[in-house]
Design a protein around this ligand. Structure first.
Ligand code: ATP
Length: 513
């Protein structure tokens, strides 16, 4: 656990030190759970967004984009169910005065059981060596089965109690499991209460005429209310999708864990409109497609898993999360929901307008069903960043800090380094920068010994260092160093563009899907 915490602290401090993420309003002591993306962070975030957009919109003939406004008519949130049901069960510890999400306290307890299972697996793997069969061990070891059974029973009961709004039972569960406040260590809890997560604001100049608005808690509703506009103007036929990226706002009760849970964050959502009755097949299709997209980034298959929901949101008939192994354990990265016709029907009812599709083949109109994929851009950022940050032992006994970002996402693709600051080398290096900057984000660095510059670029996640030396003046060749392997190659300046392109182009990476 301590090791995990240290790793996470390292992630946060590295993100600050290398210009990726800053606390918002830092000089005023910060604003809780709000963050700013710095010079490198903004590039990484933009690249993740583009990687998603390309895979969704550009690669699919039947998916188009949208950028709807953050402000929307307040009736939308009534129709969507957010006014009445978008709340979290909260509980306070009377001694520490700290507020928690009751469901998260219970889930964290189950998470500890999962960690125990992982420990058993590690121990057994060591004991049995090559003969170890993980799946057999998981399905037969009595201790593992005991933990699993206990965890499943707890989650089932939690799901059922939340479904029935039986908050007293959620409290009873916390008491039975003897869950203590992580801060005070006490079990002196208040009752569990519901808390609405939407931020309210006002539109209009005078108090009397002002209209109460909400900052959108998800981008999805902007898609639903534009469904017919897009379908008609784009002459879209079912099945088709609308994709959107943008800010969402939630007044999260427990906002810790850095950019994992923020009050202002960005979502990348795609709503796929389908014929009623086909939702089972499409649910399966998008589960697979989205997992393939994640795996294409090469962060390791073992770091992902599906978590199918017991408790469905009010709009869904099937739901799963793609969970990622963050530095604090497996947590939701993306949600895939079969939303039925809940949203479009509700908007029909509340707006009085028809939101239907005329199916020429069947010669009838219907309200389409919807399959949603929804991934948090900030959580993607954290997944990529935390997984990439590594301390590596080198052969000479030293260590290096290296940020092994997927090259396609790295903020800077190459650093151009003159070996020394004289003899015409800076001029040649500058000329290379001038040529490459049309195609890639590149940087020039002449300060310090070249070894230190390599380390700086390693820690910054730059996939290539290109060094100009005295031989360059005669043979038009440079040394290109690969961040991950530290291998160095002598290549012609004219070859640089092709070499970098091959490694960083979205095409190369997306074709792995
Ligand atoms: P959680 O259970 O973690 O609160 P959720 O199930 O409420 O998440 P959804 O409403 O399904 O989340 O939103 C889709 C995605 O948006 C999530 O998978 C997550 O990546 C992202 N997301 C949701 N809330 C936040 C937040 N407060 N900060 C950052 N990202 C978020």
């Amino acid at each position: 656990m301590a090791k995990q915490e240290d790793k996470f602290k390292h992630v946060i401090s590295h993100a600050k030190e290398y210009g990726y993420v800053f606390q918002s309003s830092e000089i005023y002591d910060g604003l809780s759970a709000v963050y700013d993306y710095a010079q490198n962070g903004v590039e990484l975030k933009k690249n993740i967004r583009e990687y998603w957009w390309k895979a969704m919109v550009q690669m699919n003939e039947n998916i188009v984009g949208l950028d709807s406004a953050i402000f929307m008519h307040p009736k939308i949130w009534k129709a969507s169910g957010h006014v009445d049901a978008f709340s979290d069960p909260l509980i306070d510890n009377k001694d520490s005065k700290k507020r928690y999400r009751a469901d998260v306290l219970v889930e964290d307890y189950v998470g500890k059981l999962d960690t125990k299972i992982e420990k058993e697996v590690k121990k057994a793997a060591k004991r049995f060596g090559d003969a170890f069969n993980k799946s057999e061990f998981l399905s037969t070891n009595p201790r593992v089965l005991g933990y699993k059974e206990k965890g499943d029973a707890i989650l089932k009961r939690l799901g059922q109690s939340l479904e029935k709004e039986d908050l007293a039972d959620v409290k009873a569960l916390i008491e039975e499991l003897e869950i203590a406040c992580p801060l005070s260590g006490s079990r002196n809890w208040t009752d569990v209460k519901q808390f609405n997560l939407m931020f309210g604001t006002k539109l209009g100049a005078s108090a009397e005429t002002a209209m109460d608005l909400y900052l959108r808690p998800e981008t999805a509703q902007g898609i639903f209310v534009n469904f017919l506009n897009v379908q008609k103007t784009g002459r879209m036929k079912i099945p088709f999708g609308i994709a959107q990226t943008g800010k969402a706002f939630r007044n999260e009760i427990v906002a810790r864990q850095f950019i994992f849970r923020m009050r202002e964050f960005e979502q990348m959502e795609m709503q796929f409109f389908i014929k009623p009755g086909t939702q089972g097949d499409w649910y399966k299709y998008w589960k697979e497609a989205r997992m393939k997209w994640h795996l294409s980034l090469g962060l390791g298959e073992d770091n992902y898993r599906f978590h199918d929901h017991e408790k469905m949101a009010h709009y869904a008939d099937a739901a799963t999360d793609i969970e990622f192994r963050f530095p604090f354990g497996f947590k939701e990265l993306e949600g895939i929901h079969s939303r039925t016709d809940f949203d479009l029907k509700a908007h029909e009812e509340h707006s009085g307008k028809k939101l239907q599709f005329f199916d020429h083949e069947e010669n009838k109109s219907y309200v389409p069903y919807v399959l949603e994929t929804s991934v948090g851009l900030d959580r993607m950022f954290l997944a990529v960043f935390s997984n990439s940050l590594q301390e590596e032992e080198l052969e000479n006994g030293t260590t290096r800090t290296v940020l092994k970002l997927p090259a396609v996402l790295a903020p800077t693709k190459a650093a151009i380094l003159p070996l020394v600051k004289k003899d015409g080398l800076p001029e040649v290096a500058r000329k290379i920068v001038e040529d490459l900057k049309w195609d890639f984000n590149v940087t020039y660095d002449e300060k310090d010994a070249v070894g230190r510059r390599y380390r700086r670029q390693d820690a910054n996640g730059t996939p290539f260092c290109i060094t100009v030396d005295h031989d360059t003046l005669n043979d038009d060749s440079v040394t290109i160093r690969h961040r991950d392997t530290m291998e160095q190659q002598r290549v012609k300046i004219s070859e640089l563009k092709g070499i970098i392109e091959q490694e960083v182009s979205m095409k190369t990476w997306l074709m792995k899907m």
